[in-house]
Design a protein around this ligand. Structure first.
Ligand code: 5CA
Ligand code: ZN
Length: 409
C-alpha cells in the first residue's frame, strides 16, 4: 500500500537529545534507539470507520518519538500496518451492506488524508494485512513445525506456553488476561483450548467470508497478532526499538505478538520498548468505534477547524494520560494557535535558543509535550510583555515548533 506524503522536518540549531521513554514491559524509562537507525513499528487502524481523535492522539505520540530521534540526526525506519481484513471490518461491511474491501479502501484513504493534514510523518512501509498474507502463511507453518501450535476444527492456535517469556509485556495475571482476551477479539471460552487465552494464528475459511490460500494450512485468513509480527519482522527484524500503540493493545495484541516473534526466532525481546498511549474519552467513556462515541478528525476539518489546532489539542495532554475530549480542549488549542501565530509573525522577539533547549528537554523526558507547550507559551508572553530584539528568533521558534511538535505556524 502507499502511505501519505511527508511534510518536511526543518533542521534545528544545536544538539538533539536522546529520548527517554516509558516501557510497559519493564515499567520504567529506557533510553531508546542506541543505534544510528531507529526502528519503530506502530499498529495501524482497522479501517471500518474514520480516524477519530483517539487514533490521532496515539499516532501523535509516535510521531513525537520520531521527531525526537530525527533531531538527534538518527535515521528512522517506521513501519505501520492496516488491518484490512478482520472480524470488526467484516461485521461493519455486513451491517451497512458494503463490500468489505471497498469499505477498507475508502477508510484507509481518509486516514491518509487525516494523517497528512495533521502533519504526521508517514511510515516507510505501509502494509495491509491482505497483502501480508503470503508472508504470514510460512510463519504459521514454521510455528507449527516448532510445535508451538495446535488445531481446533481447522483453526490453528498459538500455544502461549511455547514462549518462555510470555506475560512479560503486560505483566498481567491469568484472570486479567482472560477477561481482556474476551473483550479484545479472543475466544477464551472455546472448548478444547490448551490455555483460554491462546490466540488464533490462522482461521479456517468460513461460509460467506473472504479467504485465501494458506498452503498446508488450508484456505482461511490470518489472526490479528501474527499480521503485525509478520510485517514487523519482514521489514524491521527482531530487537527493533519501539513497538507502539494505544494502551488497549498491551494485552492481548502486543503480548501475543511478542510471543509469536520470540517463539519463531528464539530471540528475546521482540522490541526494546513497548510504548503505549493513553485512551481518549468522550462523554466519560473511551472513544471507540464499537461504542460510536466519536469525534472524527475529518469532520472537524470539514467544520473548518485548522488541523494545527487539532494537533495542539492533542499535544496539550501527556501521551500516557487518559483524557477527555471536550469543546473546551479544542477552544483552548485554537486560542493558543492564534497566540503562537501572532508571535512568530512579529519581526523580532526574545532569544529563542533557550526555548529550543526547553522543548528538546521536555520531549526527551518521556515526551512531555504539555511542558513543551508551556515553554512556547512563556516565550510568547515574554515577547508580548517585553518585546525583544532578536530578529532571528521568531523564525527559530517557528521551525522548532514545526520540527519537534509537527505544528506549522
Ligand atoms: N488494527 C489494530 C491494531 S493492529 C487496531 O487496534 N486498530 S484500531 O483502529 O482499533 O486502533 C488504531 C490505534 O488507535 C491503536 O493503536 C489503538 O490503540 C488506538 N486507539 C483506539 N481507540 C483509542 C482511543 N480512544 N484513544 C487513544 N487511542 C486509541
Ligand atoms: Zn497491530
Amino acid at each position: 500500500m502507499h502511505a501519505w506524503p511527508a511534510s518536511e522536518v526543518p533542521a534545528l540549531p544545536g544538539q538533539g537529545r536522546d529520548l527517554r521513554i516509558h516501557d510497559t514491559a519493564t515499567g520504567g524509562l529506557i533510553t531508546s534507539a542506541p543505534g544510528s537507525v531507529a526502528r519503530i513499528y506502530v499498529c495501524g487502524i482497522t479501517p471500518y470507520d474514520a480516524t477519530h481523535i483517539g487514533h490521532a492522539a496515539t499516532y501523535n505520540a509516535f510521531d513525537l518519538v520520531q521527531r525526537v530521534w530525527l533531531d538527534t540526526k538518527r535515521q528512522v525506519h517506521y513501519v505501520q500496518n492496516v488491518t484490512d481484513v478482520d472480524d470488526p471490518l467484516l461485521e461493519r461491511a455486513d451491517r451497512d451492506g458494503l463490500d468489505w474491501a471497498e469499505l477498507a479502501e475508502r477508510e484507509t484513504a481518509l486516514f491518509r488524508e487525516d494523517m497528512t493534514a495533521l502533519r504526521m510523518l508517514p511510515p516507510r512501509q505501509y502494509i495491509g494485512a491482505v497483502e501480508a498474507i503470503p508472508g504470514i502463511v510460512p510463519l504459521v507453518e514454521r510455528l507449527r513445525d516448532l510445535g508451538a501450535t495446535y488445531e481446533l476444527d481447522g483453526d490453528v492456535y498459538f500455544s502461549v506456553e511455547s514462549d518462555p517469556h510470555f506475560g512479560q509485556v503486560s505483566n498481567l495475571d491469568a484472570a486479567a488476561m482472560r477477561l481482556l482476551s474476551a473483550e479484545r477479539g479472543g475466544d477464551p471460552d472455546r472448548p478444547g483450548k490448551k490455555n483460554p487465552v491462546d490466540p488464533m494464528l490462522w482461521m479456517a475459511a468460513r461460509e460467506g467470508e473472504p479467504s485465501w490460500d494458506g498452503g498446508s494450512l488450508g484456505r482461511g485468513r490470518p489472526g490479528w497478532h501474527i499480521e503485525c509480527v509478520a510485517i514487523a519482522l519482514d521489514h524491521l527484524g527482531m530487537g527493533f526499538d519501539v513497538q507502539g500503540g494505544g494502551s488497549d493493545l498491551v494485552f492481548p495484541h502486543h503480548e501475543m505478538g511478542a510471543s509469536h516473534a520470540q517463539a519463531l526466532t528464539g530471540e528475546f525481546p521482540m522490541a526494546k520498548a513497548y510504548v503505549h498511549a493513553g485512551m481518549v474519552a468522550l462523554h466519560g467513556e473511551k472513544m471507540s468505534k464499537s461504542k460510536g462515541n466519536l469525534v472524527f478528525v475529518s469532520q472537524l476539518r470539514r467544520d473548518g477547524v485548522d488541523p494545527a489546532a487539532i494537533r495542539l489539542a492533542l499535544l496539550a495532554h501527556h501521551y500516557r494520560a487518559d483524557w477527555e475530549w471536550t469543546d473546551q480542549v479544542l477552544q483552548d488549542a485554537v486560542t493558543r494557535l492564534g497566540h503562537w501565530r501572532a508571535a512568530v509573525s512579529r519581526p523580532d522577539g526574545p532569544p529563542a535558543e533557550a526555548l529550543v533547549e526547553e522543548i528538546r528537554e521536555a520531549l526527551a523526558n518521556d515526551l512531555d509535550a504539555p511542558a513543551a507547550l508551556a515553554a512556547v507559551d512563556r516565550w510568547t508572553v515574554l515577547q508580548e510583555e517585553s518585546g525583544g530584539t532578536d530578529t532571528g528568533a521568531p523564525g527559530v521558534v517557528s521551525r522548532a515548533v514545526d520540527a519537534l511538535l509537527g505544528v506549522a505556524l
